[in-house]
Design a protein around this ligand. Structure first.
Ligand code: HEC
Length: 106
C-alpha cells in the first residue's frame, strides 16, 4: 500500500499547483485593474472609485465590449489587459462569490 501514499502526495501537489496558479491569475487581474484604471479612479483623481459590486458580471462584460466607458481607453488598454480587468470586475461583481463594494486604488 506504499504507492497509494505516493498518489495522495502527487494529488496534493497538483492541487497546490492549481491553487497557486489560480491565485497568481487573480493577483495579476487585480494588478492590471489597479494599473490601468487606478490612475484616474481613485480618491482625489479625476474619476470616482470603481465599485465592482455595482454591476452584475454580465453587465461588466458588456460595459467595455459596447464601449460604454466615457473616456476612450483604446490607446492605453490593449485587448489582453481589458480581458484581465473584465475578469477582475466579474470576479467581484454583485452576483459573484466575492462582491467588492469599493476598490480604491492607492
Ligand atoms: C484617463 C482616465 C481614466 C482611465 C484610465 C479609466 N477611466 Fe473610467 N472614467 C474616467 C472618467 C473621467 C469617467 C467619468 C467620470 C466618473 O464617472 O467619475 C469614468 C467613468 C467610469 C465608469 C462609470 C462610472 C459610473 O458611475 O457610471 C466606470 C465603470 C469606469 N470608468 C471604469 C473604468 C475601468 C474599469 C477602467 C480601467 C480599464 C477605467 N475606468 C479607466 C476616466 C478614466
Amino acid at each position: 500500500m506504499h504507492h497509494r501514499g505516493k498518489y495522495k502526495c502527487l494529488t496534493a501537489m497538483v492541487l497546490l499547483a492549481l491553487f497557486l496558479s489560480v491565485g497568481n491569475a487573480a493577483a495579476s487581474n487585480l494588478d492590471t485593474f489597479l494599473d490601468k484604471c487606478g490612475g484616474c479612479h481613485k480618491k482625489g483623481a479625476e474619476a470616482a472609485p470603481v465599485n465592482p459590486a455595482d454591476k452584475a458580471g454580465l453587465v461588466w462584460k458588456k460595459y467595455f465590449k459596447r464601449n460604454r466607458h466615457p473616456v476612450d481607453l483604446s490607446g492605453t488598454v490593449n485587448n489582453e489587459e481589458q480581458a484581465k480587468v473584465i475578469a477582475f470586475l466579474e470576479n467581484h461583481a454583485a452576483d459573484s462569490d466575492h462582491p467588492v463594494a469599493a476598490i480604491i486604488p492607492k
